[in-house]
Design a binder for this molecule. Structure first.
Ligand SMILES: Nc1ncnc2c1ncn2[C@@H]1O[C@H](COP(=O)(O)OP(=O)(O)OP(=O)(O)O)[C@@H](O)[C@H]1O
Ligand SMILES: [Mg+2]
Length: 239
C-alpha cells in the first residue's frame, strides 16, 4: 500500500492548520486507517503540544539534521494516530535541512494509509517544500478576506511547484449572513470547499487538556465536521 499524502496549508497564520492536522488525523485513525501526522512547522512547532508529546526526545528536527532515523521519531497519539512531532529549540531549527522532508516521505509512504503534513504559514523554504511533496494540498481558510488572499497565493504557488489543491476547509465558520460563505470561498479560490468547521469553544478547551476534540468531545459541532471529513477522505477518491 502507498499512503495518500495531504499537506494542510493556508498561507496566513492561525487559521487552524494544526487543529485540522491533529483532529482529521485522529479521526482517520479512529476509522481504522493507519495514519501519520507530521509537524513540518519546523520553526514554530506546536502540534506535539496538542497531544502531550512536547517532551519527545527524538523529533523531526533530529531527522532533518541527519541525527536520527524517521522511525525513531514516531510516537503513538490518542486514538492510535502515529505522530512525528517537531522540537521547539532554535538550534534544532537551524540544524534542520527542510529538503530532507522528501526522503522522510519516501520512507513513510510504504505501509500507511494516510500522511498529513502540518505546514507552516508563509512561503519560506520550509513552507514551500510541504506544498511540493504532497499528493494534494488542503487549504484551511477562515471567513475573512486576508485569509482568502493568502490562501489564493498559496494555491498559485502550489500549482507553480507542480502540486495540486485537493480543496479548502472553511474553519471557524459563523452564522452571520454577511460573512464569507461556502460559495464565496469556492468562487474566490476556485477550489471545492470540502468541509465547513464551525467556531466551537471546545476547540480551545480540548487544546488545554492536550486531547484531540474528536476524542474528548466527539459530539460537538467541530468534532462532527472532522469525523464527516475523515469519512469522506477515507471512503472515496474524491480528493
Ligand atoms: N473551529 C475553531 N473554533 C474555535 N477555535 C479554533 C477553531 N479552529 C482553531 N481554533 C483556535 O485558533 C487558534 C489557531 O489554531 P491553530 O494553531 O490550529 O492554527 P494554525 O493555522 O496551525 O496556526 P499557525 O499558523 O500559528 O501554525 C488556536 O487557538 C485554536 O484553538
Ligand atoms: Mg500550526
Amino acid at each position: 500500500m502507498t499512503a495518500k499524502v495531504y499537506t494542510i496549508a493556508s498561507g496566513k497564520g492561525g487559521t487552524g492548520k494544526t487543529t485540522t492536522t491533529v483532529n482529521l488525523g485522529t479521526a482517520l485513525a479512529l476509522l481504522g486507517k493507519k495514519t501519520v501526522i507530521i509537524d513540518a512547522d519546523i520553526a514554530m512547532a506546536n502540534l506535539g503540544l496538542l497531544l502531550g508529546l512536547e517532551k519527545s526526545p527524538v523529533t523531526l528536527h533530529e531527522v532533518l539534521s541527519g541525527e536520527a532515523k524517521v522511525h525513531e521519531a514516531i510516537y503513538e497519539g490518542a486514538g492510535g494516530v502515529n505522530v512525528i512531532p517537531c522540537g521547539i529549540s532554535l538550534q534544532g531549527f537551524q540544524n534542520s535541512d527542510p529538503e530532507k522532508l522528501q526522503e522522510v516521505m519516501a520512507t513513510l509512504v510504504e505501509d500507511v494509509d494516510f500522511i498529513l503534513i502540518d505546514a507552516p504559514s508563509g512561503i519560506s523554504k520550509d513552507g514551500v517544500i510541504p506544498l511540493a511533496i504532497a499528493d494534494k494540498v488542503i487549504l484551511v481558510v477562515n471567513p475573512d478576506i486576508s485569509s482568502m488572499a493568502d490562501a489564493l497565493k498559496t494555491k498559485v504557488l502550489t500549482e507553480m511547484l507542480g502540486g495540486e489543491i485537493g480543496g479548502a476547509i472553511l474553519n471557524r465558520a459563523g452564522m452571520e449572513r454577511t460573512e464569507i460563505d461556502r460559495q464565496k470561498v469556492a468562487d474566490i479560490l476556485g477550489v471545492d470547499v470540502i468541509e465547513m468547521v464551525p467556531e466551537d469553544s471546545n476547540v480551545r478547551r480540548c487544546a488545554a487538556f492536550k486531547i484531540p476534540f474528536v476524542i474528548k468531545t466527539p459530539k460537538t459541532p467541530a468534532s462532527v465536521a472532522f469525523q464527516r471529513l475523515a469519512t469522506h477522505v477515507s471512503g472515496t477518491d474524491v480528493i
